[in-house]
Design a protein around this ligand. Structure first.
Ligand SMILES: [Zn+2]
Length: 165
């Protein structure tokens, strides 16, 4: 019996809830089931893994602080140039600081020491080093939670609903 991803009416991830709470929302007609895990609560009623609210919930925008930890978390502790995963990761300024690159979500990525040194004071293009993904500001801390819960499981039912996974 797992947790359930709740989507807003707009299909954006809203929160993570217990299967019990999700079932209540479904039975009350407040949500629709989008994905289930193949197990049945009772005949004709599969246990949900993703539901979508039928009404829109307005959520106040909560900004995530730009920290080293959050950058590493966003990049799933993976070097964004060579896919190395490990403890020893640095932050790389895509456009080097000495050349006007700032401390922003869009300009900072996780990089292993080797790639960081190899890239040096160059842009990825100059160094012929391609980024795995274009770094972006995470939408919410829920994004981190989804990343964590679906780690190493590319078949996870939640993944297609999380932007940028
Ligand atoms: Zn690397």
């Amino acid at each position: 019996m797992g947790k359930v991803l709740v989507l807003n009416a707009s299909y954006e991830p809203l929160n993570i809830t217990s299967w019990r709470r999700a079932v209540v929302l479904l039975l009350k007609g407040k949500a629709e089931q989008l994905e289930h895990n193949g197990k049945y609560l009772f005949p004709g009623f599969p246990l949900p893994t993703v539901i979508r609210l039928l009404y829109y919930v307005r959520i106040p925008y909560k900004e995530i602080t730009l920290t080293r930890r959050n950058i590493l978390e966003r990049d799933r502790h993976t070097c964004q140039y060579c896919r190395y995963q490990g403890e020893v990761l640095t932050l790389d300024h895509i456009i080097p600081r000495s050349r006007g690159g700032g401390d922003t979500w869009e300009n900072l990525v996780a990089a292993c020491v080797r790639c960081n040194v190899k890239k040096g004071n160059r842009t990825p293009k100059e160094a012929s080093m391609k980024l795995l993904t274009r770094p972006r500001r995470p939408h919410s801390s829920l994004h981190f939670e989804i990343v964590k819960q679906t780690k190493g499981n590319t078949e996870h039912k939640w993944r297609k609903y999380a932007i940028g996974l």
